[in-house]
Design a protein around this ligand. Sequence first.
Ligand code: TXD
Length: 313
Amino acid sequence: MARKKIVLIGGGQIGGIQALLCAQKQLGDVVVLDIPDAEGMVKGKTLDIAESTAIGGYDCNLSGTSNYADIAGADVVIVTAGLPRKPGMTRDDLLDVNVKIITNVAQNVKKYAPGAFCVIVTNPLDSMVYAFRKVTGFPKNMVCGMAGILDTSRFRSFIAMELNVSVVDVAATVMGGHGPTMVPLPRLCTVGGIPLIELMSQEKIDAISKRTREAGTEIVKLLGNGSAFFSPAASSIVMAESFLLDKKRVLACAAYLEGEYGINGYYLGVPIVIGAGGVEKIVEVKLTDDEKALLNVSLDAVKVAVKDVDSRI
Ligand code: TXD
């Protein structure tokens, strides 16, 4: 059976790490596409990774390009094309410039890779994944956004650090938009099957939830130039892997809702099942009234950005 084809549109900070992870996991052959001015960068990054494959024993062909014809036949397309935040910026501050980039990318993916499972990473995430699907017209099960896996990973990592336990044994989920209104769900978090609320004070839980909501901004401030890239890269490859290997992972991702959670016509972070059929199922969690209220606050924030996007595409 021929190897799968993974296309990474945007070969910057996140795209480069994504390419390395795809090679190391031997998920398939990798094509990294960027703008003509950055073609040398993506050719250099992919060649550099290719030269490392002998060390790790990874059989994977990698190439860089600025020619969309090279993405034809992609099984998976992951989109990080767009500007990242600078200190002091909100994710929504990126909307103006990134909606134009996502529109251009979507038009080309529609033309050259219409059957691909598409994972959108570009911020502001919830409105960019909405824009991508609107421009491509792809079925909703083949377009989703990466955010909840990252936010959940941050939440899990902070809990593991605080309790001095393995991250492996911390199960959790974060729902809602990818921004300050995201909804960590401590009630659903377990550590080795034990409810978190039996192991940690409410004060500590609240502090970790707050840090999770602000984790992206914390890294933007520390880096001073750009935003997180290791964890977003790892998070998006989990989604590609679940699709390519039909793993049926249950993952928090931005999925298009048509009635689930009482929400209709928006992308929002919810638990989904990703398999060979793309977004195979949206898992409806029974939320408390307080949790529902927080989810609706998050949805309201997403609606503002989507209204702005709708007026431009
Ligand atoms: O959880 C999440 N979804 C977020 C997403 C987590 C962290 C970062 N998040 C967002 O991903 C971030 O706010 C940005 O919007 C994207 C990409 O972040 P990255 O750190 O990779 O940005 P870079 O290093 O600037 O890379 C972006 C690349 C760069 O090489 C540009 O030349 C390229 O995108 N680019 C394009 N590629 C193809 N086509 C077009 N039109 C284009 N425009 C820019």
